[in-house]
Design a protein around this ligand. Structure first.
Ligand code: FAD
Length: 464
């Protein structure tokens, strides 16, 4: 039995037409994505235009109906969860790439365009979104703006916040905010569109954006370096960044326990046979100069770091299959979570100079809690952005789970890190935000939320 009246359901369905909604039964057949409660609402609407979204939100505002925006449902912080009495607005049909201008180097896209679709469309122009992440096939541009997604190239071009130059959004009362300059420089007072970055759908629904584009690197060499510690990994990272013949495209760090566990689970143990090492780092580089013998150049360039012991050993992918195998060890992280009785997932930022200390101290605290707890750590090296699965092959009591979260998060603020790096707050990290957020900032966040959404109807229960 729905908590929304039949009259309201009918009025909302009427706005989007027969093909534009999914009722409760249809939602049960759909993949909920990364949170089992994503599709608990009574109705999902699939508007085709910004005006549709505006009509839906106006109706919901006037009738006190709560809205949950959803893109690809690949978000990892519980930002899309819904329940009976709420209406989901899905952006699946807002999927047009409106314009790609290779000279201005901008793309105008609707919110429901997936990252992969845009990447594919940009290929013929040798251009890139300047951002990439594992969920590229499902994550939408709107969802990525809403979570301020980062990913593997954030150390080069920033997160979504740095990628957007324009944005259109529908406000909770149905009014349309259109802030769509095609230029990066636009100092016209408060930059309201930036508030939608990382707002996780709590201030309104993004319907289209203008993105800044970057040159793409068509040829990349992938290598896996074995090294003694994170300090050495950063040293190699900086060395590659400072090598003028090269462009460093990616740097992904994996602690030994993580790399070996994933390699074992996906039957790629042989990839790590070249060296049993405390750390593995995937570096991807592209030559800045054509006609360069990249393998030779790399071997020569990294020789001093091998002699100093910062690089134990190194393999360079010599085929697409080898490249793919190295990347799978980095990207198939979820095989670890699926194999554990208790698994807790964290996404934190740690200053680069503190990576070794932070991880060592964390391991010590975990051993004191329970010797059966393991931490599997990897992440985007350039940003000090660590993704961690911490868990055990047995159930862990709630007090122990809370103590694990405290061990991961409590010390981060004092060293200049963050308990929430790139996945957002959603429902999962609300308590952490209250615990570690600056009190004045939290007050301002509540005021901003109130100013945009006085009735509290936009994605309630998320962030604050
Ligand atoms: C395998 C895998 C790898 C990943 N790697 C990365 C990574 O490297 N870096 C990273 O940052 N993230 C990563 N993620 C997380 C996820 O892909 C990102 O958070 C992504 O930005 C979510 O996009 P989405 O379209 O799926 O959004 P959803 O999951 O649908 O929604 C996320 C949040 O945004 C809101 N929202 C969605 N669309 C809109 C809209 N149009 N207007 C307003 N609010 C909206 C939702 O209400 C929700 O709060 C990964 C996820 C997976 C599964």
């Amino acid at each position: 039995m729905s908590n929304i009246s039949t009259a309201s359901m009918d009025a909302l369905k009427f706005i989007v037409g027969d093909q534009g909604y999914r009722d409760h039964l249809a939602l049960e057949l759909l993949d909920p994505g990364f949170h089992k409660d994503n599709l608990q609402a009574d109705l999902a609407l699939l508007p085709q235009t910004t005006e549709h979204v505006a009509e839906i939100l106006k109706y919901c505002y006037e009738n006190d109906i709560a809205i949950v925006p959803q893109g690809g449902r690949s978000g990892l912080a519980g930002g899309c969860t819904s329940r009976s009495g709420q209406v989901i607005v899905m952006t699946d049909k807002l999927d047009r790439i409106v314009e790609i201008d290779p000279h201005e180097r901008i793309a105008i896209v609707e919110a429901g365009v997936t990252l992969q679709a845009l990447q594919d469309a940009l290929e013929k122009y040798d251009l890139s979104v300047g951002i990439d992440l594992g969920a590229r096939g499902t994550a939408t541009i709107g969802g990525m703006v809403a979570t301020n997604a980062g990913g593997m190239e954030a150390f080069r071009y920033g997160s979504m916040r740095q990628r957007i130059v324009g944005l259109t959004a529908v406000l909770p009362d149905g009014k349309i905010l259109k802030d769509m300059p095609r230029v990066a420089k636009c100092n016209e007072g408060y930059d309201i569109k930036q508030l939608f970055c990382g707002a996780e759908g709590t201030l309104g629904i993004i319907t289209s954006v203008i993105l800044q584009l970057e040159s793409s690197s068509s040829y990349a060499t992938t290598m896996l370096a074995a090294c003694p510690n994170a300090k050495a990994a950063v040293k190699i990272f900086r060395h590659l960044q400072n090598t003028c013949e090269l462009e460093l495209l990616r740097g992904e760090i994996m602690w030994r326990e993580y790399a070996h566990k994933v390699a074992d689970k996906i039957s790629l143990k042989q990839v790590l046979n070249f060296c049993d090492s405390p750390f593995y780092v995937l570096y991807e580089v592209s030559p800045r100069i054509t006609n360069i013998e990249l393998d030779e150049m790399l071997a020569e360039s990294l020789m001093p770091l091998m002699e100093s012991g910062d690089v134990f050993d190194l393999i360079v992918a010599s085929s697409e299959r080898e490249r793919d195998e190295i990347w799978r060890i980095r990207e198939d992280s979820f095989v670890i979570d699926h194999g554990l009785d208790t698994s807790l997932w964290y996404d934190v930022s740690v200053p680069l100079s503190q990576l070794d200390n932070y991880a060592e101290q964390l391991q010590q605290q975990l051993i004191l809690l329970d010797t059966d707890i393991n931490a599997y750590i990897m992440g985007h090296l350039g940003d000090g952005n660590l993704h961690m699965t911490i868990g055990a092959d047995k159930p862990l009591r709630a007090e122990i789970q809370n103590a694990i979260s405290a061990a991961v998060e409590a010390g981060l603020k004092s060293i200049g890190g963050s308990f929430s790096a790139e996945h957002g707050i959603g429902t999962d990290k609300r308590k952490s935000l209250q615990a570690y957020g600056d009190p004045e900032k939290l007050k301002l966040m509540k005021l901003i939320k109130k100013a945009f959404d006085p009735k509290g109807l936009m994605n309630p229960g998320k962030i604050i």
